[in-house]
Design a protein around this ligand. Structure first.
Ligand SMILES: Nc1ncnc2c1ncn2[C@@H]1O[C@H](COP(=O)(O)OP(=O)(O)O)[C@@H](O)[C@H]1O
Ligand SMILES: [Mg+2]
Length: 390
């Protein structure tokens, strides 16, 4: 294993000595960022496509930001050293690094993040005054709902949600024409169940499946509960179903991303649309969904010059200015990247369906470029503010 200095030389090349030489001293000292991730099958940084990790490094280099990747087991707390990986532009190199200025948690698997030693490590980073940890953990749907329902200004964006049990299911299916059951820790549309009320005492439900869903009928809320009682009462939620607007006859939702920028303020990175497959009630691409452009869809659905169309943008702006900050405050988390799944109902009203602290990367190049730019800007912001505070 090579022993690398985490400080890149003027050309961005890695040094093998531990102290910067005279020439490096003249260049402003770079921000160092450690990205906590998980290994792929080859034991190299994984959790997302390699291309994305390389893109991140390239964007960093341009702005004198040095990025390395590491796994929880690579941290030697006593010596304050981390065994990690750098992308040199040609290959991955393993090295030993000093603790970085900033740590970004990009562990993409809940079962890894919830391991006792990983949780312990994240707590240690959080408490360490010389390290700035952000997006420290996954969110779950129930805590997000509880955090945002406190204030009217954030509660108004949320479809009513309750924890799943016999009583709450009965109340919700009687109250709303459609409800969604979802696992608080779920993702990718897995385990989502839709329940429709067909008449006063006729219900139908279906589980979202890759190949499409089969609807099953029930003649009362009791029989419905009996069929669904296998769902965990601690972890399943019942949510009011939003009567979503349709694009070419199919439902869609908005995938938005919000990030902190160079001034530490939340900005809208971008918004894309995911259109569900025919007769599907989840929009995820593995479930037959496809990507579409926000303006195209909104203009077609609501008319490009209509008041409703303008109000959709205005609502997005309201969400941007209120929701991420409120979430950080209520959950006492330091967040800098969030994705929000937002439903648009037939009247053009926006509803927050889910908030994610480990957003998947966007396929839309424009949004991804904006994402990298905001992320680098945020690193610079954090670094400047830390230096000032010292
Ligand atoms: N309350 C709801 N009303 C209408 N559609 C919903 C609702 N909740 C979820 N959906 C649909 O199911 C999809 C997945 O729900 P979501 O809560 O984002 O869970 P996941 O974690 O699986 O992404 C959404 O993108 C949307 O298409
Ligand atoms: Mg979602």
């Amino acid at each position: 294993m090579v022993r690398l200095n985490p400080i890149p030389g003027p050309s961005g090349r890695l040094l093998s000595s531990t102290l910067p030489n005279q020439r490096e001293k003249k260049t402003p000292s770079p921000v160092t960022v450690g990205v906590l991730t998980t290994a792929n099958k080859k034991g190299l940084p994984g959790g997302e496509k390699q291309r994305l990790l390389k893109e991140m490094v390239d964007y960093g280099k341009k702005q004198n930001i040095f990025i390395f990747f590491f796994f929880a087991q690579g941290v030697n707390w006593r010596k304050r050293r981390i065994t990690g990986y750098v992308w040199t532009g040609k290959q991955w190199r393993k090295g030993l690094f000093l603790f970085p200025d900033i740590i970004y948690n990009r562990i993409r698997f809940r079962n890894i993040e919830s391991q006792a030693r990983v949780k312990q490590l994240l707590r240690q980073f959080e408490r360490d005054p010389s390290i700035y940890l952000f997006n420290s953990r996954f969110l779950n749907k129930w805590e997000v709902y509880k955090a945002l329902r406190i204030k009217k200004s954030t509660a108004k964006w949320l479809p009513e949600t309750v924890r799943f049990n016999h009583k709450s299911l009965t109340t919700m299916v009687k109250k709303y024409p459609a409800v969604f059951l979802k696992y608080s820790y779920g993702s990718l549309g897995k385990g989502i169940i839709k329940v429709k009320r067909l008449s006063d005492n006729q219900f139908a439900y279906a589980v979202a499946k890759k190949g499409g869903s089969k609807w099953k009928k029930c003649s009362s809320p009791n029989t419905l509960y009996r069929q669904l009682h296998y769902l965990s009462e601690n972890a399943y939620l019942v949510q009011r179903g939003i009567d979503l607007a349709r694009y070419k006859g199919k439902i869609f939702d908005l995938r938005t991303q919000f990030q902190k920028n160079r001034a530490g303020e939340w900005v809208l990175t971008g918004v894309a649309v995911r259109v569900a497959g025919k007769n599907r009630f989840v929009t995820h691409i593995p479930n037959g969904g496809r990507a579409a452009a926000y303006n195209d869809v909104m203009n077609e659905v609501f008319g490009s010059t209509s008041l409703t169309r303008r109000q959709v943008d205005e609502q997005l702006e309201q969400i941007r200015s209120i929701v991420p900050t409120a979430l950080e405050k209520e959950l006492r988390l330091c967040l800098a990247v969030l994705s929000l799944d937002i439903g648009v109902d037939k009247n053009g009203r926006l509803w927050i369906i889910e908030i994610n602290s480990k957003p998947a990367s966007f396929d839309e190049n424009e949004i991804r470029t904006a994402h990298w730019q905001n992320l680098m800007d945020y690193f610079i912001y954090v670094n400047e503010n830390r230096t000032r505070g010292r």
